[in-house]
Ligand binder design. Structure first.
Ligand SMILES: CC(C)(COP(=O)(O)OP(=O)(O)OC[C@H]1O[C@@H](n2cnc3c(N)ncnc32)[C@H](O)[C@@H]1OP(=O)(O)O)[C@@H](O)C(=O)NCCC(=O)NCCS
Length: 174
């Protein structure tokens, strides 16, 4: 478990498969249960995959937010990000996304990718603030309600880590 210092009482850590302790993994699942009606993944299963990366925002031993991504070749695919309902609008998701971007730069990642429900304005706004643009739609991607997914992308210059300017390829309302 790698620790990152923050100015507030919240600490940002990276959970790794070999060092992650059971309590920390259960905390991630607890955030997922609080954030989604039906959590779509198990943190324990995810962390078994060698390409999974997981960052967590904690206050004391309690997880408040997490981000799970897959790092494959020169791409980082953000699979899931969530903040406990009681800890929202405190910048935690932004802090975790920034940490994943920092990691991406260190690893010479070229593309950050994600899918988001078309109706998820909060998440789309979060991603837009960081420079993601909408590159396409996957019709009826979410099987629970047949909702479309918006595919979003952020391109980094692998040499400098600078965010490359992009523009939306599709129109989305936010
Ligand atoms: C989306 C989510 C992760 C944001 O977490 P958060 O920690 O509250 O986000 P931040 O405080 O870092 O907010 C960053 C920006 O996102 C946008 N945002 C976040 N919540 C928002 C809301 N309810 N309405 C509108 N914009 C919102 C804002 O632009 C915000 O910046 P601001 O506070 O300066 O206006 C959180 O709402 C969540 O867990 N939602 C349920 C799970 C989910 O939908 N995950 C995304 C899956 S793709």
């Amino acid at each position: 478990m790698k620790r990152e210092a923050t100015a507030s009482s919240v600490s940002l850590i990276q959970l790794t498969a070999d060092a992650a302790d059971d309590a920390a993994i259960e905390e991630v699942d607890a955030v997922a249960t609080a954030a989604f009606e039906v959590p779509q993944f198990s943190a324990r299963e995810e962390l078994r995959r060698p390409w999974t990366r997981c960052w967590v925002a904690r206050e004391g031993r309690r997880a408040l937010a997490f981000l799970i991504a897959w790092h494959v070749a020169d791409e980082l695919h953000v699979l899931n990000i969530a903040t406990c309902p009681t800890a929202r609008r405190r910048g935690l998701a932004t802090a975790l996304m920034s940490l994943s971007l920092e990691y991406a730069r260190q690893q010479q990642v070229r593309l950050l990718l994600l899918e988001v429900r078309r109706s998820n304005r909060a998440a789309i706004r979060l991603y837009r603030k960081l420079g993601f643009t909408a590159m396409g739609v996957r019709p009826r991607y979410y099987s629970d309600n047949d909702e479309d997914a918006v595919e979003m992308v952020l391109t980094l210059d692998p040499a400098t880590g600078a965010v490359q300017p992009g523009r939306d390829e599709i129109r989305i309302e936010v």
